[in-house]
Design a protein around this ligand. Structure first.
Ligand SMILES: *Cc1c(COP(=O)(O)O)cnc(C)c1O
Length: 357
């Protein structure tokens, strides 16, 4: 740190992204990317001709993409906000709707970026423990009078809360935003998007990074009452109006046209997940019931750290935190069936080797 940094940030603990090795030597099951490529239409949208137009700014309103997403989700374009990945939307939401008086609440075990944003904006936040079974207890968020942020399905557990439970949280916090982060919704969960008609405090956030195979393009969107969207637009136009580049906008539009392809991939991934859950349980793992494109699992024989490190030596990368209640758990992204076979084989080898020690 230099001596020029504002003192209000010197204590800030930044988010640590998962490892992104650039040499492609790993079976990469650590950051919940899709194992499937973007659709042919998306690849074709990034033509040499479009690249040659990069001298021009993109449309800051993202009008065409907003209209396509609105049609897909049965809402109006005024109900859609677009941004540079959904992290950007989370950032804007904390900036817009929280401060030292307006606090936030989120699960203690959830997406690691929530506490970072809360710190960034000096937001008074409560981190609510999960239930014994790792589920979110919706009652903890009723009448809390803070911005509620819940990933549904939650990460890294993969577990879901019901629409009725979300509705209770919305009803009992009418003067606060309830942000439901649906990054993993397409893998078998039930979206709460339709509730935006009934609740003007609901902010649903989704991303192209997981089910739509576009983590590298950086595109996220939010769906909410037009009032909330206008607030987010105000923040965007006060920070970086051109925050989505031309190529990403085009890719995002083409991906909406290819929705069937992506939803089919999501179904395939869900099927692979069910099989992986079964297989790992047979190998003596505890595996939580997941509705996401990852599973949260721990071995009954080998510590999380040993398993993570040995898998890495054998070329399989998974996500490991190694602290607290989740100390021995690994978060394993669902890859192709072939990638999962490699994971099972390497995990079996490790269990065998550790037994021999
Ligand atoms: C991956 C993820 C995001 C962020 O994704 P972007 O790539 O920034 O769109 C947001 N929330 C959760 C819970 C995630 O897992």
């Amino acid at each position: 740190m230099s001596r020029f940094m504002s003192p209000c940030f010197t204590g800030l603990e930044a988010y640590t992204p998962g490892e992104q090795p650039q040499d492609q030597q790993y079976v990469k099951l650590n950051t919940n990317e899709s194992p499937y490529p973007p659709s042919p239409a998306v690849v074709a949208a990034i033509s040499a001709e479009e690249v040659s137009r990069l001298n021009l700014y993109p449309d800051p309103t993202g009008r065409v993409l907003k209209e396509k997403l609105a049609a897909l989700y049965g809402v109006k374009a005024e109900n859609i906000f677009l941004s540079n990945g959904s992290d950007d939307i989370l950032n804007f939401a904390f900036m817009a709707f929280c401060d030292s008086e307006r606090g936030a609440a989120f699960p203690e075990i959830s997406y690691g970026f929530y506490p970072v944003y809360a710190d960034l904006y000096h937001v008074d936040c409560v981190k609510i423990p999960l239930k014994e079974d790792f589920g979110v207890d919706y009652r903890d968020y009723c009448n809390i009078d803070r911005m509620v942020v819940i990933a549904n399905p939650n990460a890294p557990t993969g577990m879901e809360i019901s629409l009725a439970e979300i509705e209770e949280i919305l009803k009992t916090n009418p003067n606060r935003i309830v942000l439901i982060d649906e990054a993993y919704i397409d893998f078998g969960g039930t979206s709460c998007v339709d509730l935006i008609r009934k609740y003007d405090n609901l902010l649903v956030v989704q991303t192209y990074s997981k089910s739509r195979s576009m983590a590298g393009a950086r595109l996220g969107f939010a769906i909410a009452d037009a009032g909330i969207i206008a607030d987010l637009e105000k923040i965007k136009y006060s920070t970086n109006p051109y925050n989505i580049n031309r190529l990403t906008l085009l890719a995002g539009e083409a991906a909406v046209e290819s929705n069937t392809y992506y939803m089919e991939n999501a179904r395939k991934i869900a099927k692979t997940r069910e099989n992986a859950t079964e297989r790992l349980r047979q190998m003596g793992f505890t595996v939580l019931d997941s509705k996401a494109n990852f599973i949260f699992a721990k071995s009954n024989a080998v510590s999380g750290r040993v398993l993570y490190e040995e898998l890495k030596k054998k070329g399989v990368l998974v996500r490991f935190w190694g602290k607290g209640k989740i100390e021995d758990f690994l978060r394993i992204t669902i890859g192709t069936p072939e990638q999962m076979e490699i994971l099972f084989a390497k995990a079996a080898e490790i269990l065998q080797e550790q037994k021999g020690d």
